[in-house]
Each structure stands twice: as structure tokens, then as C-alpha cells.
Design a protein. Structure first.
Ligand code: SIN
Length: 492
């Protein structure tokens, strides 16, 4: 490792998990937080719905409220609780429709006041430095594109999601799954990467960003309607508009194919002042596009939203490499199974960021393989498809490689998957695989994105059943006998 800065702890990522970990680590030593763009630019800041919680005396949300988070309250002063799909009761604390931004604000305020925590922004993490089988720090490219090494006793990946692997996503540009790629290339186990959640209602308007139109709208009574204005969800699921996310996402596509037209969200039957007051961010964004949230029909469709899979960790964020930790969306604790419920990701970041911070202060040790995991190389699996071997690495990056990967993944490994499409994706991504040390920012970006895409496509091809966010047209049924397992993969 080249000489470079040295810290007790380094955290890659400035979302809720990374910041919560920084707060926990500050009393124990010097902490460096690397953020990929501006400090507030993470999936956290884009989270609209809220944070699902049983508001008990000792939970993490109470801590956040004590630190100054302003959640909406009812007239009697009690927290106003929203509802989202597949939740049986109202339990979602929210700050208007910008809950993530509010939580990020509180955490950044706290972190900024901690003398032990330094932050470097516009830092693109490129590699985990491994020495004698242990994580020894991170190599990253600074804002000028120069490679830098930072050495640390414990390294936390808190890089968030990977929605940008797909052409259409609700995630910000920074969400390219960097932590998954870094961990994989360092030799850590990754798990469950076939489980990608597609949010049903991203704005779907040519030329406009795929802005998230929160599920909380349906929790307040918004309806999905077809081009004739007919509500249609009960035709697909008894829970109607609040059916599980994967069901709603697929139903929108099917309804659109059935009718030959777009699908819309409508709130026109609700009180207009209430709608605009409850969802001010969404209303303002739509207003810029000439749409009135309270009156107009809003065109919507699915977009990649959340990764259930990620870096395989124990419940304290330990990975299979001693000294390397992961928390938040980048990690796969198994917490969300194959299909996360709404408003559990901010909560996950808070809880597992804090847990990782505690574990990072202990003597480093690798997490052992959990009993419910099987290796992708065939042991314990009767899978068809990829055989889990490690193909020879070759490099053939095109200038438009990133765009091509995102298009490919949307077409072949998106909401509806089948063998032919997934084989096409795997073959194309195998040809892009690159195990060399990335020498430039562009190479690091491409390598991170195409590594994650390849892992998703391989995992989706391997799992010959449908479950949660993973839907195979050629294997539409769930198959507990063969597939009630978490499948893990390593590069080594
Ligand atoms: C939403 O507001 O619809 C998304 C919330 C989440 O994914 O947890």
C-alpha cells in the first residue's frame, strides 16, 4: 500500500448508515467519511415515504427525535403515522414527503460538530486494500482524479444502493453499487443479488427524470388507473393499490400491455389542500413539469429502487474479510428477505450503522458463513444456468459502456426475467469483467457498475424460480424445496 493518510476508521458513504456509524465511532478514534459527491447526495436524501417503527422507549427512532428530527405530528401532538403497501397498519413516521432529507440533515449536523470526524467529498472508492487477509483501508480517486490511499484499522462500506445499474431507476446518480463491487473484488462474500426491488410508481414521462412518486400516496388513498380512468389493481391482487410492491409493479406493466396505454396515479378524489400539504416535494416537482398532483393524472411506471442483496454480513455488519464491514443498503443481512417492505431502509441504516460502529471497535474478525447460505459454485444447489466458475477476465470497455450496461440490465434482468435474456446479459457482462486495478476514475466507475450488473445477472440466471423481487417468466412459481436459500458468491 502506498503511503497515505491514516485513520482509526474509514467509512465509505455519507448516507444514513455511514453517518450513524460515524457518530458511534467518534468517541473511539479518528474517523474519515468518504462521500462520492456532495455530502447530502445519497439514497437517504431521496427517501420520501418515511421510517417504519414501533415507537418504543428504547428504539433508534426515539434517539433521532431527541437529536432534533422533525417528524409530522397530528393535532394532538402525537406522531402522524402513514401507511404503505403490504403494511397491515399505519406505522410510518414521516417528515412530509422528504423524510430522508430530514434525517440526513439531523445526522450531518451532528457529524459536523464532531471534531474526530473528517469528511472528503467527491471521492470515488475504487478498491479495498487487503493485507495478510485483512482489510487495511481504501484506495479512492479524489476530486481531481488522483489515486489516494487511506489506511484504517476498520473499514465500513456504506455506499447505499445500485439502482443505476438499470436504465430506469428512482436512485440518484451516485447509487452504482460501488461497495458491492469493492467487496467482491477484495474477495468478500456477496449474497442474494438477484433480489432487486422495482418500485411501481416512478414518474413516467418522456424527457422527465424517473422521480419517485411515493407509495405513501396510495397509503393516503391515491388510486392506480388505466388510460380509461378505471382502477384496476383489484383485478390483479385482493389488496388492490396496496398490494406488495413487486405485484403492483408487474400489474402496471400488464395493465399497460392489456390496454395499450399508460397507467396513472390519481388523487383527484381526495381533498386537494390536504394532498398538496402532505406531499409538498412531489407536488412542487410535478408543478415544474406542468402537472398538479391534486388534480391531474400522473403517469407512472416501475423503476429499479432497492437492492435486497449485497455484501454478505452478520447482524453486526462484519463481512467475510476481517476488518471490513458493511451497513445499510449495500449489505445483505437477510433482514429484508427477497422483498423489502416500504420504509424499512432508513431504519436499517440507523440500526446497522450503529451496530457496525460497535463491532468496528472490537478486535477484527471475519463473519463465518451463515447456516442458511449456500455457495454459488454448486455446493448445495441444483441450479441450472451459470455454473459459478470464474471466467477468464478480459477487458473491452467501450466509451458508452455504462449506458450499454444499464440498457442491457433493464431489458434482460429487469422486472420480467427469463433464461434467454439473462444468458444474453451474462455473456455480455462476462466480456466486460475486469479484475485489474482500475487506473483511472472512468475505469473504476465502469468496473464498479459492470461488476454489480454481472453479479445480479448471474444470480438471476441461477435462481430458477420466482420469489419476492425476482420474477422469472419461465419459472413463475416459488420453489421452496430447491430455493429457500440465500446464495453467496466470491471472487476467490
Ligand atoms: C416510497 O416512498 O414509496 C419509497 C419508500 C421506500 O422504499 O421505503
Amino acid at each position: 500500500m502506498r503511503a497515505g493518510a491514516s485513520f482509526d476508521f474509514v467509512i465509505v458513504g455519507g448516507g444514513v448508515a455511514g453517518l450513524r456509524a460515524a457518530i458511534g465511532l467518534a468517541p473511539a478514534g479518528r474517523v474519515l467519511v468518504l462521500t462520492k459527491a456532495e455530502p447530502a447526495e445519497s439514497n437517504t436524501g431521496y427517501a420520501q415515504g418515511g421510517i417504519a417503527a414501533a415507537i418504543g422507549d428504547d428504539d433508534s427512532v426515539r434517539e433521532l427525535i431527541e437529536w432534533g428530527a422533525r417528524f409530522d405530528r397530528a393535532a394532538d401532538g402525537r406522531p402522524s403515522l402513514g401507511r404503505e403497501a403490504a403494511h397491515s397498519v399505519r406505522r410510518v413516521l414521516h417528515a412530509g414527503d422528504a423524510t430522508g432529507r430530514e434525517i440526513g440533515r439531523v445526522l450531518w449536523e451532528r457529524v459536523s460538530a464532531l471534531g474526530a470526524v473528517e469528511t472528503i467529498d467527491h471521492a470515488l472508492a475504487a478498491e479495498i486494500v487487503v493485507e495478510d487477509g485483512r482489510a487495511a483501508g481504501v484506495r479512492y480517486f479524489d476530486r481531481g482524479g488522483a489515486p489516494q490511499d487511506v489506511r484504517a484499522g476498520a473499514t465500513l462500506l456504506a455506499t447505499g444502493g445500485a439502482g443505476q445499474v438499470f436504465r430506469d431507476t428512482t436512485n440518484p446518480a451516485v447509487a452504482t453499487g460501488d461497495g458491492i463491487a469493492l467487496a467482491f473484488h477484495a474477495g468478500a462474500r456477496v449474497a442474494d443479488l438477484e433480489f432487486v426491488q422495482f418500485h411501481p410508481t416512478a414518474l413516467s414521462r418522456p424527457g422527465a427524470p424517473r422521480f419517485l412518486i411515493s407509495e405513501a400516496l396510495r397509503g393516503e388513498g391515491a388510486r392506480l388507473v388505466n388510460q380509461s380512468g378505471e382502477p384496476f389493481m383489484t383485478r390483479y391482487h385482493p389488496d388492490g393499490d396496496l398490494a406488495p410492491r413487486d405485484v403492483v409493479a408487474r400489474s402496471i406493466v400488464r395493465e399497460s400491455e392489456r390496454t395499450g396505454g399508460a397507467v396513472f396515479l390519481t388523487l383527484a378524489h381526495l381533498d386537494a389542500a390536504y394532498v398538496r400539504g402532505r406531499f409538498p416535494t412531489i407536488a412542487a416537482m410535478l408543478k415544474d413539469l406542468g402537472l398538479d398532483l391534486a388534480v391531474d393524472r400522473i403517469p407512472v411506471g416501475p423503476a429499479a429502487h432497492y437492492m435486497m442483496g449485497g455484501v454478505d454480513t452478520d447482524v453486526c455488519g462484519r463481512t467475510s474479510i476481517a476488518g471490513l464491514f458493511a451497513a445499510g443498503e449495500v449489505a445483505c443481512t437477510g433482514l429484508h428477505g427477497a422483498n423489502r417492505l416500504a420504509s424499512n431502509s432508513l431504519l436499517e441504516g440507523l440500526v446497522f450503522g450503529a451496530r457496525a460502529a460497535a463491532a468496528m471497535q472490537e478486535p477484527p474478525r471475519a463473519a463465518p458463513m451463515k447456516e442458511d447460505r449456500v455457495m454459488a459454485d454448486g455446493s448445495g444447489l441444483m441450479a441450472e444456468g451459470t455454473n459459478g466458475d470464474h471466467l477468464p477476465y478480459a477487458i473491452s470497455h467501450q466509451p458508452s459502456a455504462i449506458t450499454n450496461v444499464r440498457e442491457l440490465m433493464w431489458r434482460c434482468a429487469g422486472l420480467f426475467r427469463d433464461r434467454a435474456g439473462l444468458e444474453e446479459a451474462v455473456a455480455a457482462l462476462d466480456a466486460l469483467a475486469d479484475a485489474s486495478h482500475p487506473a483511472t476514475v472512468d475505469r473504476a466507475r465502469q468496473r464498479n457498475l459492470s461488476t454489480v450488473a454481472r453479479l445480479i445477472a448471474r444470480a438471476a440466471l441461477r435462481r430458477t424460480e420466482s420469489r419476492g423481487g425476482h420474477y422469472r417468466l419461465d419459472y413463475p412459481a416459488r420453489d421452496d424445496e430447491r430455493w429457500c436459500v440465500h446464495v453467496v458468491e466470491t471472487a476467490l
